[in-house]
Design a protein around this ligand. Sequence first.
Ligand SMILES: [Fe+2]
Length: 647
Amino acid sequence: MNFDSLPPGNVIRNNSSPKSGPGLRPPVARYMAIDILGISAFYHDSAACLLRNGEIVAAAQEERFSRKKHDARFPSHAIRFCLRSGEISPESLRYIVFYDKPLLKFERLLETYIAFAPKGIRSYLMAMPVWLKDKLMLKKLLQKELLGLFPELRKGSLPPVLFSEHHESHAASAFYPSPFERAAVLCMDGVGEWATTSAWVGEGNSLTPLWEIPFPHSLGLLYSAFTYYTGFKVNSGEYKVMGLAPYGRPKYVQTIYDHLLDLKPDGTFRLNMGYFNYCTGLTMTNGKFDRLFDGPPRKPESPLTQREMDLARSVQDITEEVMLRLSRTVHGETGARNLCLAGGVALNCVGNGRVLREGDFEKLWIQPAAGDAGGAIGAAYAAWHEVDEHPRVVRCGQDSMRGAYLGPEFCDDEVERFLGEISAPYERLDEDALISRAANELACGKVVGWLCGRMEFGPRALGGRSILGDPRSPKMQSVMNLKIKYRESFRPFAPSVLRDKASDYFELDADSPYMLLVAPLRHGRRIEMSAEEQALWGINLLNVPRSDIPAVTHVDYSARIQTVHEDTNPRYYKLLKEFERKTGCAVLVNTSFNVRGEPIVCTPEDAYRCFMRTEMDVLILETCFLYKNQQKPLSSDSDWKKEFELD
Ligand SMILES: [Fe+2]
């Protein structure tokens, strides 16, 4: 962590953390109330986080307020929310910390253009005006935005603005809030300034960089190239590729190793840039890539074929192999028992599951906002521990993410005021009656929208803003995909399971509170396929019954698991308990409260709108209970499917 005025260019870093560099403040007294605002912005998933005395007070993504998915603009709403949560004004912040270093990023951009020139002139000409106008002057831009956001501020009263390196922010977001005193840290993403993969060791209040793999060689960009080529949106559709993979065969694995990826035994790698276009063009892959895989990229929204499924499976298998090898390497280098992960690749929960099961580490902790939104948390933590050198307190076995419930919440009175304003019929129930009725409706096959407590930080809904269903129902997956979420039928749903019952259902011997681990279903729960069914491939597998909880069992008998913990979300835990008491099943289908292309809902108003636009049966807003068949249709809302760009 240093000021941006320090010289750029230390791409391969060493242990000499610039804690005493020019312009840095001396360490402050330990127990003063100190607030630090972390910001990530201007690439994708803008977010803000408020850290007070080393504890996260609030964190949120801008998209939830602006209703624009992956919103990359300056996170005005998220900042306002964070400061309101902390009841402070911006001038009392000790620092504002940005999650990457624009000068280093610009250096990478320039060097890349020079290396490939004259190729890439078009993308160069497109990128430069934005850089020269805004991004290079980021400190000024941030100050301007903040003064616009808080007009009562005087320029001289703005707190110092610091810049953390992109992978340093990821590493800090992975290690500092983790439950470990010491851990190895792996960050894997598309690219930050230069690094695309980095290894660290975290101990106490410090992070020491070990090594990094620089751009353009990037595991995240390799995955994104296949995301693009299979017709999905880059930086958004990677989840779909992962979900599609089990329908396919690893037909192209050898082709990828032979032509695209030189993977070393230690997991480090180089890409053959002759097949990729992202250094010089406006697409991820080029004509040579098309010829290698016998055709052009799939057109978005056109029918999926076995080829896309096989491509997805192949790049998924390779990603898992790289993750496993890298994890073994950092285990050998650090001798650590624990591993922390962050960066967009750490959202690959299938890979995470394999690292946990087949790797050498005893424990694994993944930052729930592993993508760039989480950089806001890491940047703030880096200033707290590395600039001001505060010690780190690790609570035994507990992380500091508060279950990722770090966003806005709404009290019953606020909910009732809103429902009164729109004259929506509802019933306010005490908690026991609410839980009992919700469990009954779920057991009858009803689909329930559930807004409870603080909104989650990160891409997953964890029982704060969720749509819930009965996993035993064979029809639930297609009902939820086609009538509730309006999304592709192949996409699997994830289970929430009572923490102490997880091993009754899944081969998982660890907590997974953030839905970032995929594990196999226990053999005893599987419905083994007949010989004819085993011969099926691709989408034909979708309707083969697979277990006694078919709605959350993927075609390869895997599930992306959320273990539900009483201490972090007591009401959701109670609901699962009651559902289990009524049905004998300790699992619910849990999917994010939104439709395709829409950010997850934030307010009761967002939730009500989404409820009314879909075929959900019941809506629960805190302790207010609403039935769809009692509501009046939304007026003048006929064109809403055009409101959200498809993801
Ligand atoms: Fe990143």
